[in-house]
Design a protein around this ligand. Sequence first.
Ligand code: PHE
Length: 443
Amino acid sequence: MASATRDHFSSRLGVLAATLGSAVGLGNIWKFPSLVGQNGGASFLVVYLLASLCIGLPLMISDLSLGRAGRSNVISIFQKLAPRTGWWLIGLSAIISCLLILGFYSDVAGWVFAYIFKSATGAVSSTDPAVAQASFSSLLNDGPVSLFWQWLVLLLTGGIIMRGASAGIEKVTRILMPVLFLLLVGVCIRSLTLPGASEGLRFLFMPQWERVDASVIMMAMGLAFFKMSLGMGCMLSSYFKEDVNIPLMATRVMICDLLVSLLAGIAIFPAVFSFGFQPAEGPALLFLTIPAVFASMPGGTFFATLFFILSAIASTGAILSLLEVPVAWLSERFSLPRTKAVPILLAGLVLLGLPATLSTGPALQDVKLFGLTFFDLYDALSSTILMPLSGIVTSLFVGYFWKKEHMLAALGGGMPARLVRTLCRTVTPVLITLVLLHGLGII
Ligand code: PHE
């Protein structure tokens, strides 16, 4: 992820942890399971896998190598590599996407923080869907409380990024990520041993091809962008030493990220069927089923609290990488110290986040633009439109505009570099364009 100090990462593990810190977050444990649930389970998984391989991976490699070659903020990277052209607009779109994502992501992170306390007090320790639903709804329906948690998240992450302390957080993430992973494995085991668990597994691993249509494909592609933190400059702002093998590193990040998502799916779906939740519940799934699984096991209160603490830390890593993109640009472009750039940004985010947060409760849930609430609009605009658009333009930049020798040099040469270049000239931009146009109903 973006390091506050524009520095090299010291070790290979450091590079992996930092990049994973951005990739692994609420996308894995909140967004992935809810989209899998809403879009037909296994068939969605297959489409997602294809999108990750043909679109996500080449773009992650492109972003990381552009970052290594440009070493600057997202806009000036392109001004440096392609002076006096319009390619810098990729950077502008990246900044807008970051802001939109922060607008709703900080809200969901706020729910996670709130659930640390709800779990610790045992308030959500029940396997009864009605109790779980009531508890989650009471949070969403209480605008001031939801805003309180969102602002707390923004203040906390803003404070960290203002002090340039991301490196410290990366270290924490490096230690705690494996703990989250282990805990997820534990939840999976419990979930799989619940009565009726096999139905959840069948849902997750038996494809329903008739469910796959243009909007499902578009959703899967958007999810790949979101989960791999692509198309919004987070990976562009990473600083890798020359000896880091970018294609290998990106493949590892993709695999680890996928593994965490699959674990989250295996943790959640057997429990969904066993306790009688609705698989298509959507964003609430994480907050309904995970407390129920913990409630059904010994030491549940402790482990549920730990789970939400670790999830809060994972979301903090992702938010830091998102914040770094506009902060780096603001402070470099206007020569502002971070102590000024961060408060300006936070003030903007409080305003931008307000409608998103209030739109998940009674205050604004009936206000719709293009048929979507503010929360869903921010999500759809960023994941399914801006990020794919920026993906198309980035792949064209890497495939056609960037001089072949420079591109191959930035990637360290070799077969993977050539393959990425070929993909960026052909499959990747064409696929994204087709999916985007089809999803928007244009073709
Ligand atoms: N990839 C993060 C997640 O899955 C979210 C994120 C998106 C982070 C975009 C940075 C940029 O939670």
